[in-house]
Design a binder for this molecule. Structure first.
Ligand code: ASP
Length: 353
C-alpha cells in the first residue's frame, strides 16, 4: 500500500515527535459546495486546527491512500497500522491513530494484541461530527490525544499501551466499546476504570496504566484467522439455527454472547450441539451480553453445563476484544491447548482474573 507522508509542524524547539496515522472515518470529512460530506485533504489540517502549531510538537501524518469508513476495516488495515508503528517506532515518541468510531474498539483491541512489548503511547481517536462542521468534536479529541501521546515523566512516556481517547476520557483500547451513536461520549470501558481524564487539567491514573519497561524490543504479529463467529443467544432460538452456525465449514472459534453472568438455555439439544462442536476442535468462549460485569460459569444451573463440556470463560472481556483475540491467537498459535489457555488469561490487560 502507498502511504502519503505529510509534515504538519516542524517545531525546532519541540522535543517530542508524534506520528499521526490517518485512516479515515467521520473525523476527516468536510462539506463540498453542494453540501455533501467528502474526505478532506490532510495537508490542510492546520487551516482547520491552527492550535496544532502551538503544541510545540513535531507532527507528521501518514495517511492511508484512500480514507476508509471504519465499517470496512479488517485485518489488512490492522496489519498496515501495526507495520507503520513498528517501522517508525524509534523515530517517534508516540502515535495517534485517527479512525472511524464504528469499529475503533475492534481496531484498538486488535492492535493491542499485535504489538508486543509496546513501551510508547498508541492512542486511537476520531470524531462524531466531521472536522469541517462548526460543532465538531474533532479538534478537542485530536489536540488532547496529542497532548497525552507526548506526556512524559522523568523522561519516560506516561502511556505505554494501546488506548482510545474520546470526549475527555482515555480508555484502555482493548477494554473500550462504542456504546452510543448520537452523543459525544461514544465510548466507555465499563469493566476497567478510565486511564486518564481531561478537565481543566489532565489527570493520569498511574496505578491503572501499564508501567514503562525499558530495554524491551517491540515486535508484532499480523496474522488473523477470520474463521470465527459471534453467536448471540436470544430467547426462542431454534436448534436448526444453532446447528447451522456451528456447522459452518472451516469454523474454528465461537464467541458465545450469553445472558447476564454467562448463562444460556440449558436445553439438551443446545448443550449437545455445543459439545459436538467442542469435540470437533471448535473453541467456544463465553462472554456476556451485558456491558458491565463478568462471566461466572457455574454460578447458575444454566451455566454449569457449559463449564462441564469445556466452554471457556471469557471473564469480563468485551466482545470486541474476545473476537480480535480469538482471531489473533488462531492465526498465530499452533497448539490447541496453549491457545485455549491463553484465551482465559489476560494477554494485554484485556480481562481481569
Ligand atoms: N462510519 C464512520 C466510521 O466509523 C463513523 C465515524 O467515524 O464516526 O468510519
Amino acid at each position: 500500500m502507498k502511504f502519503k507522508i505529510i509534515n504538519i509542524t516542524d517545531n525546532p524547539d519541540g522535543n517530542q515527535s508524534i506520528l499521526i496515522i490517518y485512516t479515515g472515518g467521520t473525523f476527516g470529512m468536510v462539506y463540498d459546495e453542494s453540501g455533501a460530506l467528502i474526505p478532506f485533504n490532510f495537508s490542510s489540517v492546520l487551516e482547520r486546527i491552527p492550535e496544532l502549531k502551538s503544541l510545540g510538537l513535531n507532527l507528521t501524518v501518514i495517511s492511508f491512500p484512500e480514507p476508509v469508513d471504519s465499517s470496512n476495516v479488517g485485518s489488512g488495515h490492522w496489519a498496515d497500522m501495526a507495520y507503520i508503528i513498528h517501522s517508525n517506532y524509534n523515530q517517534y515518541d508516540g502515535f495517534v491513530i485517527l479512525h472511524g468510531t464504528d469499529t475503533m474498539a475492534y481496531s484498538a483491541s486488535a492492535l493491542s494484541f499485535m504489538l508486543e512489548n509496546l513501551n510508547k503511547p498508541v492512542i486511537f481517536t476520531g470524531a462524531q461530527i466531521p472536522i469541517g462542521a462548526t460543532r465538531s468534536d474533532a479538534r478537542e479529541n485530536l489536540i488532547t490525544a496529542l497532548e497525552m501521546a507526548s506526556k512524559t515523566e522523568n523522561g519516560k512516556p506516561v502511556i505505554n499501551e494501546v488506548c482510545l481517547y474520546f470526549n475527555f476520557v482515555l480508555l484502555r483500547g482493548n477494554r473500550s466499546q462504542k456504546i452510543r451513536s448520537s452523543t459525544f461520549g461514544a465510548f466507555e470501558s465499563e469493566n476497567y476504570p478510565h486511564l486518564a481524564e481531561s478537565g481543566v487539567e489532565i489527570e493520569y491514573f498511574q496505578d491503572r496504566l501499564n508501567e514503562h519497561q525499558s530495554n524491551q524490543t517491540l515486535t508484532y504479529k499480523n496474522k488473523f484467522d477470520p474463521n470465527v463467529v459471534v453467536l448471540k443467544i436470544f430467547p426462542n432460538m431454534t436448534p436448526s439455527l444453532v446447528k447451522g452456525i456451528l456447522n459452518i465449514q472451516g469454523l474454528r472459534g465461537v464467541v458465545l454472547e450469553s445472558f447476564g453472568s454467562g448463562n444460556t438455555m440449558n436445553f439438551e439439544w443446545f448443550i449437545k450441539l455445543l459439545r459436538e462442536a467442542i469435540e470437533k476442535g471448535i473453541i467456544i468462549l463465553n462472554v456476556s451480553q451485558c456491558i458491565g460485569g463478568s462471566v461466572l460459569q457455574g454460578k447458575y444451573e444454566t451455566s454449569r453445563k457449559l463449564l462441564e463440556i469445556g466452554v471457556l470463560s471469557g471473564g469480563d472481556i468485551t466482545t470486541e476484544a474476545a473476537l480480535t483475540k480469538m482471531m489473533f491467537l488462531l492465526g498465530n498459535e499452533k497448539s490447541h491447548e496453549v491457545l485455549r489457555s491463553m484465551l482465559t488469561k489476560p494477554l494485554r490487560g484485556e480481562m481481569t482474573i
